[in-house]
Design a protein around this ligand. Structure first.
Ligand SMILES: C[S@@+](CC[C@H](N)C(=O)[O-])C[C@H]1O[C@@H](n2cnc3c(N)ncnc32)[C@H](O)[C@@H]1O
Length: 308
């Protein structure tokens, strides 16, 4: 019902916009200036649009928690900013058919700027493969991927682990990403969904909802990967970075490694350097370029393997 009400309401608003606003409708590549924002906000206020989507999401998604986090934040300033993050099928629109709402929520949870894909950090994959060969001695390794997005990178890691009978777990803070990763289904992006087919069905890989700062599952992992997250816009304040390092400390097996790569722009480098500094202060050894860090922990008494 809310779907119909949403469409009626926003069709009316759109008609008012056409009548009084003048000027062209937003198009891909339009520069979203403060003037453009003000102009759209006057007739099509994003806050109201967002609340309408949240209400629909709370009704049609598995649970109210599945509404994408960004809709509950104030990060999107206007409709043009919102459209700029969506695929062409949804960009520039205020009304949607009933069966488009679920793919729309998936698109909001997995915006193209996240860039979640496989083969994104080939040098890191090589490093992880070498590390497993060097230290694993053929033993089944466990890999944890914190901030895994829709999981394409996790499948890639699971494939490396599978070579020695191991497994991978992906963790992310969006329920819809967990759903997309587990089902190998991207309802908003058929082209990228095909990438999942590169990975055998019988890979040992699972996905969970959780936060890099607090995730615990009682397991120990030989390798923890955290790409495109630590030090960036979602996780850069000192208390968050400290909590992230505590998560790694708790979940990392003795002699394990944390690999943290990113493709952040230079402006985000201070966040990553903060991570490096806090890690060193708390007893980690940190190596590598700021866009591809490798962390290892000096063994604590409790974690030291028993000598026989
Ligand atoms: C830029 S994407 C990177 C995805 C993937 N690791 C990659 O490199 O392709 C960051 C991901 O982290 C998730 N995320 C954001 N904050 C998080 C947190 N505190 N804990 C876990 N995941 C988080 C986002 O939902 C998003 O999927």
């Amino acid at each position: 019902m809310n779907l119909r009400l949403h469409n009626i309401c926003w069709l009316r608003r759109y008609a008012v916009w056409c009548r009084y606003a003048g000027g062209g409708w937003w198009g891909r590549g339009s520069i979203v200036s403060p003037e453009m924002r003000g102009f759209y906000e006057k007739f099509l206020p994003f806050n109201e649009f967002k609340h309408s989507l949240i209400t629909i999401g709370e009704q049609i998604l598995e649970s109210p928690d599945w509404v994408p986090n960004i809709l509950r934040s104030n990060d999107i300033l206007s409709l043009p900013d919102f459209w700029a993050m969506l695929p062409d099928a949804f960009a520039g629109r205020v009304t949607f058919a009933e069966d488009e709402f679920f793919p729309l929520f998936c698109a909001i949870a997995d915006p193209s700027r996240f860039g979640t894909s496989d083969n994104r950090y080939p040098a890191q994959l090589q490093q992880i493969g070498d590390f497993i060969k060097r230290t694993g001695q053929g033993r089944a390794v466990r890999i944890l991927d914190l901030g895994c997005g829709v999981g394409l990178g996790t499948y890639e890691l699971a494939q490396i682990a599978a070579a020695v009978g191991g497994s991978a777990v992906g963790v992310t803070s969006e329920h819809l990403e967990v759903w997309m990763a587990s089902h190998r289904h991207l309802p908003h992006d058929a082209a990228r969904e095909r990438l999942f087919r590169r990975y055998p069905e019988d890979l040992s890989v699972t996905f969970s909802y959780g936060f890099a700062e607090s995730y615990r599952d009682g397991s120990q992992y030989d390798v923890i990967v955290c790409n495109g997250l630590a030090g960036g816009r979602f996780l850069n304040a000192a208390p968050q970075l400290t909590a992230f390092l505590q998560t790694c400390d708790t979940l990392l097996a003795p002699h394990g490694r944390v690999f943290a790569a990113n493709r952040f722009h230079e402006g985000e480098r201070p966040g990553v350097e903060r991570l490096r500094a806090i890690a060193r202060q708390s007893g980690w050894s940190v190596e590598g370029h700021w866009q591809s860090l490798v962390l290892s922990k000096t063994l604590s008494i409790e974690k030291a393997p028993l000598c026989h």
